[in-house]
Structure formats: C-alpha cells, structure tokens
Design a protein around this ligand. Structure first.
Ligand code: ACO
Length: 337
C-alpha cells in the first residue's frame, strides 16, 4: 500500500493507543482488506458485526489474508448484550416516539448496534459508510452517542493530503464541512471552525490557520451568504479562541501569497490558510471531490467532530487505504476523548 507521510504518522500514533474499533460493514471486500492490514500490523483491535459464517465465507471468496481468531465477531441478533442494548435504546429514545418494539427492530440494524456498542464503551469508536449513505451511518450516532459537552453541532471534515506542498501545511489541509450540515447558520459555521481547529491540532500537531471561504474577499461583493460568514467571524471573535482565522476570503486569496498581497494585504491568514471552511455543504462536498479527483489527493473522511465518542463515516467510493486511514484517525480521536 502506498501511504503518504501523513498517513504513516497517523498509523504510527494509532498503534500506540491500542483501541477497539467496531465495523458494521463486515462483508465488504474493501473493509475486510482494511481489517487484514490493521490486524496484521497490530494497529488496533477490531470488532466486526455480523454472522461468523457469512464473514468467513467472504474472507475465503475474496482471498483476504485475515486470521479470524485475531478479531472479535459480534452477531447483533444473538449477542448476549442485545437485551441490555434494547433496554438502553428504549430508555434513551422513548420520548422520541421509539417504543420497545421499535428499539428491538432498530438494533437488528448493524449500524445502530455498533453505535450502541460505542455508547456502552464496548468499543472505543466506529467506522462505517463504505456501503451505507452518510445519513444512515451518522443518524444512529447523532441519536445515541450525542454531542460533546459545550458543542451544539456535530460537523465533519476531510483531511486532504495534496501534492501541492507550497499550499497549506506542506500540502495538507482540513476541509470542512464537506459531509454533514447542509446549510450551516453563522453559529454553526463558528462551531465548524472551532472543531476543525481542534481536529487539526489533534491530528497534525501544527498551528491552525482558518479561512472562511466565499466568492468575495473583504467585501469585494455583497449578499446574504457573505453576511452569514461575516456574522460567523464576529461570533468567533467573541469566543477568544487560541488560533488565527479570517474571512471572508476567496480561495485564491486564502492559498496564494501573491493574490493575498493584492486582495487582503493586512490578513494574518490569507496566503497561508491550512483549514478551509466552506459556506455550505454543496460547496464543501463538491470542493473536496474536485481536489481529490483532479490533483490525485488523498481525502480521508468525512471524519466527524463534536460527537461524545468517535463515529466516522466513509465515502461509498472509498478504497481500502482510505478505510485504514479513517480507522487510524478514529483511534486517535478515541484516545483524546
Ligand atoms: N449536530 C448535532 N445533532 C444533530 C445534527 C448535528 N449536525 N444533525 C442532526 N442532529 C440530531 C437531531 O437534533 C436529532 O436529535 P434527536 O432525534 O435526539 O432530537 C437527531 O440528530 C436526528 O436528527 P434528524 O434531523 O431527524 O436526522 P436527519 O437524519 O434528518 O439529519 C443528517 C441528520 C443525516 C446528518 C442530515 O443532516 C443529513 O442528511 N446531512 C447530509 C448528509 C449527506 O448526505 N452528506 C453528503 C455526502 S458525504 C460524502 O460525499 C462523503
């Protein structure tokens, strides 16, 4: 596997923490190959949800180099914790139109079961989404695991590892939110910026430089969308955060020193941004995929931020290497909970 320097560092870090990660998509070929790499390199302990015979069959069918005795398999329909989980889900959601029978049915779903394992500390984190949509992957976590204290909105980011070393942190960036909040309010944009800066420090141990992106730089255009960003910046200023941020900035002003000197000469961020906050999910989702496809960048994510315990999504177009990277990030998030 052709890992970048950043990915290798993440794997090395994850390996020190010895975490337990649950994967509900246990018969997907890419997932099983990722489990093979993780297990054979002793990165973390893996729990697969499903029937042992189905998983063994797929391991053989796909010729995956995986010793079944090195992983734990939990059959969510026969597990001895199933009853306890049903009771807990019912208690947690009974005021949200979830009766006992519904709780029982929901836990027949592997994704709900895995989210409950994380909530109950039977796993340290969860990774899913190679088969399921983002909504189906994250809804159980939003309902069961819930947000960290002091965080109102869970958001998501991509760790983008590009070959353009002259930009960002030697070519590495956080892009947010590219996967979760369709049309963030100013308050949510502020939360996305704070969570992204924390994620950047956690994963890269470098100084975050946050740019709020727009089609306008410093009032070069006017409109409601720009007012939303200006307001987010005002809210962030009131929080006294320990990282630099600026906006609204066009992408070229955020990245290029020459353009920054022309369009935003007084900015501490313009020309050096390493965290790009997109104004909405359309821009973020399209933006990360453009960079990934056109510049052959590695895009790890969408990684969620703001949940009490880590539950991470994958793109359905992900490759085995992406799954390995997201598992490593999940271990690091779990250690720093
Ligand atoms: N932060 C915190 N809590 C949240 C958030 C959030 N951002 N969003 C929803 N919730 C909570 C709600 O308050 C609710 O809690 P409650 O049931 O205890 O009251 C619970 O989660 C469920 O919320 P709903 O709004 O009913 O859930 P819904 O499923 O409709 O929405 C979702 C959540 C799935 C994340 C939605 O925002 C969504 O679909 N986002 C877009 C996902 C997507 O398609 N991304 C693009 C693809 S990603 C890619 O390309 C890799």
């Amino acid at each position: 596997m052709d890992f970048s320097k950043v990915e290798l560092e993440l794997l090395q870090k994850a390996k020190m923490y010895k975490k337990k990660i649950v994967l509900p998509e246990s018969t997907d070929k890419r997932v099983l190959n990722a489990v093979s790499y993780i297990t054979n390199n002793d990165i973390c302990d893996i729990i697969l949800i499903g029937k042992k015979e189905d998983i063994v069959k797929k391991i053989k069918e796909y010729s995956v180099d995986l010793d079944i005795n090195k992983i734990k398999i939990v059959d969510n329909l026969a597990d001895n914790k199933r009853q306890e989980y049903i009771n807990t889900l019912y208690e947690l959601r009974k005021n949200k139109n979830v009766d006992y029978e519904t709780a029982k049915r929901l836990l027949e779903d592997e994704t709900y079961y895995a989210a409950m394992m994380v909530y109950k500390h039977d796993a340290d984190g969860m990774v899913s989404g190679a088969i399921h949509s983002t909504a189906d992957t994250l809804r159980p976590a939003l309902q069961i695991v819930k947000t960290k204290e002091n965080i109102k909105s869970v958001s998501s980011f991509f760790l983008m590892n590009t070959k353009k070393k002259q930009y960002g942190q030697d070519g590495t960036f956080i892009f947010a939110d590219c996967g979760l909040i369709p049309n963030p309010t100013s308050e949510q944009l502020k939360d996305i910026a704070i969570s992204s800066a924390n994620s950047f420090k956690l994963l890269l141990n470098k100084e975050p430089k946050v740019a709020f992106l727009s089609y306008s730089t410093y009032g070069s255009a006017k409109g409601e969308e720009i007012d939303k960003i200006k307001n987010a910046i005002k809210l962030l200023e009131e929080e006294n955060v320990d990282f630099d941020f600026d906006g609204e900035l066009q992408l070229d002003a955020a990245l290029e020193k020459d353009v920054a000197a022309l369009k935003a000469p007084s900015s501490k961020i313009a020309g050096q941004a390493n965290i790009l906050i997109f104004p909405n999910l359309d821009a973020g989702n399209i933006g990360y995929k453009l960079v990934q496809r056109f510049s052959d960048a590695v895009a790890l994510g969408p990684i969620t931020q703001g949940l009490k315990y880590p539950v991470n999504d994958l793109s359905r177009g992900c490759k085995t290497q992406d799954i390995i990277g997201v598992i490593a990030i999940t271990c690091i998030q779990a250690f720093n909970n």
